[in-house]
Design a protein around this ligand. Structure first.
Ligand code: SF4
Length: 432
């Protein structure tokens, strides 16, 4: 079959957060709606079109983005290469200077690009208006057991280390009916877990008379909903109403990812983070009182300008006190449009590296104590990966578990297991 008569093939390669992964699935849905053929990331057939969706949270993300773009161009020299995402938003000239990049598309233009591409390739029906309604969401979450539902984009906060507002714009919320339609669709397609994601989802509905707690209540009322997971949430956005709604909503998972960033109030002030460490501790203690088996994970940045040994010690202490089940550690990274780039007393890279190693060690130790407290308990696990003899997945409170496979265990299914031990940060369990 000649190239002209077969459906154009595309592949999408995504870096970064759940919002980026959601945006990539929306691009995939748009192209599939036009009859394009989707290739998996590791598919060997040659794509006609390659999409690289970039992240720019640190300079390391930028480096990985350039590396991935070059790799795709080397591997598929004939393909048309489109780059989008936060790095493309921040540094279009830098991306454009990579030989082989055909186009750079702004995040908000991703849908329009899909329509334009089909026209340029003379593929799909001329009148595309009926293919989807503006704002319509995704129809598939390729290679995922859990469906990410984007409810919000952009951010109005001004953390001094962050470039995301520059690449994602001001905070804006998706209409609730669109979210409910998408959620119903994902439930009907058999996705057992809906993960609510955005850039600053605590601001969902800000300025409207409808907030995140209301949305969770509406989602919890949907027929067939099993699990609703709130992905990352700013600590200051966790209030009594949200905790009460999570406690009353059977499908709401008792877990929150709350980026603390530092345990030192002095550094939190320099980061322009709108909370104190004491209020953070109060929030998670309240959550533990209101939500049985509540667990919390976090992001911590090490090496912020002028971070002293004492500031760092306070961060390690905060990890021990908070009993996180997971800490994602990040080295401070200069983002030239972020105020921290112009602060004095930037720390030497080797000091940042050694502090990160120490933080990861304390975080692992603390998390193992948290996980060991579940030995002997029975928990529900959503099966995500399965090979010959082992299955892995997440509990409702976001603990990774592993157990022996048996014929009744399917990917996407939920299994009750008894925890027997902890190994390499995982709960080692057995189905009961
Ligand atoms: S809350 Fe702060 S760190 Fe998060 S996206 Fe907004 S500015 Fe960046």
């Amino acid at each position: 079959m000649t190239k002209e008569t077969r459906a154009p093939r595309f592949s999408i390669h995504t870096l970064g957060c759940k919002v980026n992964q959601y945006d990539s699935e929306r691009i995939r849905t748009r192209l599939l709606q036009r009859g394009f053929e989707s290739l998996g990331e590791d598919d060997n057939s040659s794509p006609d079109v390659i999409v690289v969706n970039t992240c720019s949270v640190t300079s390391e993300s930028d480096r990985k983005g350039r590396q991935l773009i070059r790799k795709m161009i080397r591997r598929h020299p004939e393909a048309r290469v489109m780059v989008t995402g936060c790095y493309a938003e921040r540094k279009p000239l830098e991306i454009g200077s990579i030989e082989g990049v055909d186009e750079i598309v702004a995040i908000q233009d991703q849908d329009a690009w899909a329509a334009r591409l089909a026209e340029e390739l003379g593929w799909g029906c001329a009148d595309q208006s009926h293919l989807w309604t503006p704002g319509a969401g995704i129809e598939i979450f390729q290679e995922h057991t859990r469906a990410f539902i984007k409810i919000q984009d952009g951010c109005d906060l001004k953390c001094t280390f962050c470039s995301i507002p520059a690449s994602r714009g001001v905070a804006r919320s998706r209409p609730v009916d669109e979210i409910l339609d998408e959620a119903r669709d994902m439930i009907d397609r058999g996705y057992p877990e809906l993960v609510l994601c955005g850039i600053c989802i605590g601001h969902y509905g800000r300025g409207l008379d409808f907030g995140l707690p209301d949305l969770i209540l509406r989602l919890n009322a949907l027929p067939g909903v099993k699990r609703i997971r709130v992905s990352s949430l700013e600590p200051q956005d966790v209030d009594d109403e949200l905790l009460r709604v999570m406690a009353d909503s059977e499908a709401a998972c008792p877990h929150l990812h709350l980026p603390i960033q530092s345990g030192s109030n002095r550094i939190l002030r320099r980061m322009k983070r709108p909370y104190k460490i004491e209020s953070f501790f109060e929030t998670i203690e309240k959550a533990r009182r209101m939500l049985p088996d509540f667990e919390v994970s976090t992001d911590i940045m090490v090496g912020f300008p002028d971070e002293t040994e004492d500031d760092f010690e306070q961060t390690l202490q905060a990890v021990r006190i908070s009993r996180f089940n997971k800490v994602h550690s990040f080295p401070f990274s200069v983002r030239d449009e972020a105020p921290a780039a112009r602060m004095t007393n930037h720390l030497p890279p080797e000091l940042i590296k050694s502090r990160r190693i120490e933080l990861d060690r304390v975080a692992r130790e603390t998390a193992d104590v948290v996980k060991s407290s579940y030995i002997g308990r029975t928990l529900r696990v959503l099966c995500e990966t399965r090979d010959e003899d082992r299955v892995t997945g997440y509990t409702e409170n976001y603990l990774r578990a592993e157990f022996p496979a048996n014929e009744s265990v399917q990917r996407g299914g939920e299994v009750t297991v008894r925890v027997e031990s902890v190994d390499k940060g995982r709960l080692i369990a057995r189905p009961v």
